[in-house]
Ligand binder design. Structure first.
Ligand code: CO8
Length: 257
């Protein structure tokens, strides 16, 4: 795939997308956001790909929406903007996305991280929702997702002060799975992605769907949803293979069927 603002490539059954506007800390202009979604959707639709990695380049994962682009926009431009539909496309990716956060993840960059499913961060990475400093608020899920991850009081503090937090603080609050040295971020993301890629892709996709459902349903509805999804997996060949392999004391070979 050929792009201007991102790089995308595959490594066996893992698809990688790297935001590549390092001179502006990978600020999310509309064009880069469209490109990264296109690449992720191509991977999502490709049966040969089982997990994706999203990362940045240079000093940042992404320093958020492109302020140069936003400075020219009024409310009507925002209401007519394709951005909300793009965030919705991000939310609808069915395969897991591992975020490899190599540097700043601020504003829309932090919101992008929170759309991912597993987060590996460099110990030098910085997270935050600094929109308040430029007279706005998070507009791509920050007030909602950060509150669900961190709780009311941490979300209030981070969003109302706009301060940056370290990777260690983000890990302690549950926003990050693992903190590693900067040079190991991508390798650790690869290791996790490959581990997931070896599982039954249908079971992985179903588990992701159920976990995300937990965030926007009452428990009883989520439990019903999970029960039906669980039963449905008993119709797959991967279920037969997984259990047979266990009984025969050999590693399973999942086909995604
Ligand atoms: N937009 C545009 N350009 C940016 C952005 C940005 N968000 N962040 C950094 N840059 C540019 C700088 O202007 C600078 O360019 P130049 O060299 O031409 O002056 C270059 O990147 C390097 O940045 P700095 O010189 O500022 O580097 P520092 O190390 O001094 O500081 C910081 C790094 C702290 C990350 C600083 O750049 C900063 O505060 N950036 C802005 C962070 C921010 O406020 N992000 C939130 C933006 S609002 C938002 O994300 C709302 C999301 C809503 C939905 C999104 C829809 C797509």
């Amino acid at each position: 795939m050929e792009f201007t603002f991102i790089k995308a490539w595959t490594e066996d059954d893992v698809g990688l997308v790297q935001m590549h506007r390092p001179e502006v800390l990978n600020a999310l202009n509309q064009e880069m956001f469209e490109e990264l979604l296109t690449a992720l959707e191509v991977f999502d639709a490709d049966p040969a790909i089982r997990c994706m990695i999203l990362t940045g380049s240079g000093r940042a994962f992404s320093a958020g929406a492109d302020i140069k682009q936003m400075a020219k926009m009024g409310a009507v431009d925002q209401m007519r903007s394709p951005a909300p539909a793009r965030w919705e496309r991000m939310r609808r990716l069915r395969k897991p996305v591992v975020a490899a956060v190599n540097g700043f993840a601020l504003g829309g960059g932090c919101e992008l991280v929170m759309c991912c499913d597993i987060v590996v961060a460099a110990d030098t990475a910085r997270f935050g929702q600094p929109e308040i400093n430029i007279g706005i608020i998070p507009g791509a899920g920050g007030t909602q997702r950060l509150t669900r991850v961190a709780g009311k009081f941490k979300a209030m503090e981070l969003i109302l002060t706009g301060r940056h937090m370290t990777a260690a603080e983000a890990e302690a609050m549950g926003l990050v799975n693992r903190v590693v040295a900067p040079e190991l971020v991508l390798d650790e993301a690869r290791r996790i992605a490959r581990e997931i890629a070896a599982k039954s892709p249908i079971a992985v996709r179903t588990a992701k769907e159920c976990i995300l459902k937990a965030l926007d349903t009452p428990l009883s509805v989520g439990l019903d949803f999970e029960r039906k999804a669980f039963a449905l997996l008993f119709a797959t060949e991967d279920k037969v293979e997984g259990m047979q392999a266990f009984l025969e004391k050999r590693p399973p070979k999942f086909q995604g069927l």
